[in-house]
Design a binder for this molecule. Structure first.
Ligand SMILES: [Zn+2]
Ligand SMILES: [Zn+2]
Length: 319
């Protein structure tokens, strides 16, 4: 809200919170990885950060209207659990599936060309891994916005009308599988070691939580490097020119390179969503993209669309 009316301590917190939450999350992940039950402890850290963000959203919200209930909370949680916890059925508590998949799949794939710089310090290897993975994430995310066959799955994520920590993981299962596949496969092929996968999973988990947070954080210089809440709020705009930007999941390097980086000096819109309609209920939402009528609903087209002139695809796909 208006910066001028805020107390200095509030302003200070709004600058510190994003890097602090990210750093605490990564430190916690580092400690968790050293225990004999890394996934369990990672989930404890993850849920602690979720709780901290949920508390801060109440104390210093960015958009007051995003505090109101939208009736989607249970669906949001169900999609999150299915996507990110599906692999660990019992400990299905968000964000750890990429780590679990990497733990299981990494030994199965033997690298055909061992080109990964194992000798580099682990921090540098993780940065390189993030850049490689991010290219796959960028391609998957941009394709999801620019092709109807993929938008039908990604629209679920953009159907939210409020951004908050709980709908961070609201992705259709197909959307997630495409993203995980395109981001992790190159790392397997290059022969990246398991710790790189674990750290990428941790970075993705915490940056992901923060991108949707409804906390009044200030991230100006960090916006140039990371996918921050400010950039992601633009990404959820209903206006096509604003929403089809900032595809980066962790880093915005590829947005910068391919010209889709967008961060004008004004406030991102509070009115977010899509022009189509998403089904009510978790199962209906999962099945909706697979039927012709469901697809038409997602696009916001009328039932007799086949007899109409071609739709304005840009408007249909905007977010
Ligand atoms: Zn998107
Ligand atoms: Zn989002």
């Amino acid at each position: 809200m208006a910066n001028q009316s805020k107390a200095p301590i509030y302003i200070a917190f709004s600058w510190i919170l994003w890097p602090a939450l990210f750093a605490v999350g990564l430190t916690g992940a580092g400690l968790a990885f050293r225990t004999s039950a890394p996934l369990l402890w990672f989930n404890v850290v993850y849920l602690t950060i979720v709780a901290a963000i949920a508390f801060l959203e109440r104390v210093m919200p960015y958009e007051q209207q995003w505090l109101h209930r939208d009736g989607e909370t249970l669906n949001d949680i169900a999609h999150t659990l299915l996507n990110k916890g599906g692999v660990q059925i019992v400990a299905a508590i968000g964000a750890s599936a990429p780590i679990a998949i990497a733990t299981v799949a990494r030994p199965i794939f033997s690298s055909p060309a061992h080109v990964w710089p194992d000798a580099w310090p682990i921090g540098l290897q993780v940065v390189m891994g993030l850049i490689v993975a991010e290219l796959g994430l960028y391609i998957a995310h941009r394709a999801a916005h620019e092709t109807l066959s993929l938008w039908r799955f990604h629209a679920l994520h953009h159907s939210v009308e409020r951004l908050w920590v709980v709908n961070t993981g609201r992705f259709h299962l197909v959307d997630s599988v495409v993203k995980i596949g395109l981001s992790q496969l190159p790392l397997y092929l290059l022969g990246a070691p398991l710790p790189v996968f674990l750290w990428i999973g941790a970075v993705t988990a915490f940056i992901g939580l923060l991108t949707h947070c409804n906390i009044d954080v200030r991230t100006r210089p960090l916006d140039l490097i990371f996918s921050t809440p400010r950039l992601h709020r633009w990404h959820h705009s209903r206006v096509l020119a604003e929403g089809n930007t900032n595809y980066g999941e962790n880093l915005v390097l590829w947005d910068q390179i391919f010209g889709t980086y967008f961060n004008p000096d004004r406030r991102p819109p509070a009115d977010i969503g899509i022009s189509g309609r998403i089904a009510d209920g978790f199962l209906a939402q999962l099945l909706q993209p697979f039927s012709a009528s469901g697809f038409r609903q997602i696009l916001g087209r009328k039932a007799d669309v086949d007899s109409l002139p071609p739709p304005k695809l840009g408007r249909q796909r905007q977010d």
